[in-house]
Design a protein around this ligand. Structure first.
Ligand code: F6R
Length: 256
């Protein structure tokens, strides 16, 4: 796990954007796993500014709320359309987001997994982290081998996301999410976290035991993970001095 600590979210998002841009230039037909929420917004703005060629890129989003129509302003379909897809030259049928309105959720989950496999697997999976350590909507106690399925959000996650819904009572209780096993199959995972409220979850994920109590901790088992943090999100890391030193003294051949 490479942990990159930057002074602020803008600098961390810029590094993440450079990493994605490099992949797109090297592999114009790459498959990206995308995330929503507050964290990736700066990264998406950076990527838009870079004017990359997205025509051959395929994307799979991590999750969608169950029971929200895709036109709902807080659906992740709307989020992706408004914040990212309409600003780049990606082909609409190359973008995939789970259908939270499907009648047969297990069937669409299985199809989602099949589509990821048919696309050749995910080259780079973008991740945020919940204050409880969730990745995608894999809440604490999720199976570390789980596949795409429906999950029940914890009260904490519903509270955290109430800001987008004008109150907790409007936040859906369920979401369709890629599983942890699905995420672990991505060839590279890029986790972003900003702000003091993510600091404990990040410390547990990077330096704590691998446990379903903090689903992001499973990334310790993945061979290629990059974590881009601002100083606040890194503040509880015991080894932060070491991570900073490693990044600042990277040999040229390793540089992003
Ligand atoms: C979103 C997702 C979630 C978020 C997490 C953090 O697609 O999968 O895991 O990344 O809830 O959300 P923010 O970025 O709003 O703090």
């Amino acid at each position: 796990m490479e942990i990159i600590i930057q002074p602020d979210p803008a600098a961390a998002a810029e590094i993440a954007a450079r990493l994605i841009a490099r992949l797109i230039r090297e592999k114009p037909g790459a498959v990206l796993g995308l995330a929503t929420g507050g964290t990736p917004l700066r990264l998406y703005c950076e990527l838009v500014k870079m004017k990359l060629d997205w025509r051959k890129i395929t994307t799979f989003n991590l999750d969608e709320y169950a029971g929200l129509p895709s036109q709902h302003p807080q659906s992740y379909h709307s989020f992706m359309r408004e914040k990212f897809f309409r600003h780049i030259n990606i082909a609409g049928n190359n973008t995939h987001i789970p259908n939270g309105m499907a009648k047969d959720i297990p069937a669409i989950c299985e199809r989602y997994e099949k589509k990821i496999r048919a696309a050749g697997g995910i080259d780079l999976q973008l991740l945020g982290i919940g204050t409880d350590g969730h990745i995608g909507f894999n809440e604490p106690s999720s199976s570390l081998a789980s596949r795409t399925r429906i999950k029940t959000l914890t009260p904490r996650t519903r509270r955290d996301n109430a800001r987008f819904f004008g109150g907790e009572k409007n936040v859906p209780h369920h979401a369709v999410t890629m599983g942890i096993g699905t995420i672990l199959e991505a060839r590279h995972c890029l986790l972003l976290a900003f702000g003091r409220k993510k600091a404990r979850a990040i410390a547990a994920a990077a330096e704590g035991p691998v446990t379903a109590r903090n689903p992001a901790s499973v990334l310790q088992m993945h061979p290629k993970v990059t974590v881009c943090l601002d100083a606040a999100a890194a503040s509880c890391l015991e080894m932060k001095k070491y991570y900073r030193w490693v990044y600042e003294n990277k040999p040229d051949w390793q540089n992003i």
